[in-house]
Design a protein around this ligand. Structure first.
Ligand SMILES: [Zn+2]
Length: 258
């Protein structure tokens, strides 16, 4: 193959990567719409209006804030994501959304675990709702539990091979320190692998993890389910929710202090 051909091949591969990026961008816009049909019910429980309210969107996809702004017109939406730069349209969206919504949208490159930056955001805003959409399983911060699932796991403490424990006690305590109502939306499939390894080091929650999370929440918080069924999560409802969980691919609920 000549040098010229090599150059062409390289360019083609670049184009392919670029195209894949655009495809992901488009998927973000349509996926976001799908998620919102469940999430909006969690915002507006008790016939609440969002006017004058502030929402913190953790692990934002940058698109949901715009949709929420257009439909519900809250005062402000603050989106944080530690990989904000992977959303090529984030800056444009933040700037240009001002032309057609009064809701202030602010997007920050910030991790949920960055207490300093998050503290600054919190001091400047009174947050009413904390949205955690498709992000809860990325908030794993405990020790590696990969060995429990695979005996052959040799722990290198790296992002690719390890699966860290989800520490529900700590995470929900932190989330409820940020805002009054925490809305969780998770899409999952136990048979599918989550290729996005950020902090979750992959891995949607297993049924065992969900049971542990729901038990903890039912005992300590006021939890209302929107999907897969509508109910207040009392201790005795945990198994009912677990049975439903096997038939669906998403879960949506909101958590408040008792
Ligand atoms: Zn490990």
């Amino acid at each position: 193959m000549s040098c010229e051909d090599n150059g062409l091949l390289e360019r083609l591969l670049e184009c392919e990567t670029e195209l894949a990026g655009y495809k992901d961008d488009v998927a973000t816009w349509t996926d976001s719409l799908e998620e919102l049909s469940d999430i909006e019910d969690a915002f507006t429980a008790k016939e609440e209006k969002l006017h004058g309210k502030t929402i913190l969107d953790i692990g934002t996809d940058c698109v949901k804030p715009l949709y929420i702004a257009l439909k519900f017109e809250p005062e402000k939406i603050i989106g944080i994501n530690e990989y904000l730069s992977s959303y090529s349209f984030a800056a444009d969206l933040e700037q240009k959304s001002r032309l057609f919504t009064k809701t202030k949208i602010h997007l920050y490159n910030c991790s949920f675990f960055d207490e300093v930056q998050l503290g600054k955001i919190q001091r400047r805003n009174t947050i009413d709702f904390v949205l955690v959409s498709k992000t809860l399983h990325h908030l794993r911060a405990g020790e590696c539990i990969a060995e429990k699932r695979d005996e052959k796991h040799e722990c290198q403490e790296d992002e690719d091979s390890c699966i860290y424990k989800f520490e529900e006690q700590d995470i929900f305590k932190r989330l409820l320190r940020l805002g009054k109502r925490v809305i969780i939306y998770e899409w999952f499939d136990p048979t599918d692998e989550d290729v996005d390894k950020v902090r979750g080091r992959g891995g949607y929650f297993t049924n065992k993890e969900w049971r542990r999370i729901f038990s903890h929440l039912s005992e300590n918080y006021r939890v209302e389910f929107v999907e897969p069924l509508r109910c207040r999560l009392e201790k005795k409802e945990v198994e009912k929710v677990m049975a439903k969980l096997r038939q669906v691919d998403c879960v949506c609920f909101h958590v408040e202090t008792k």
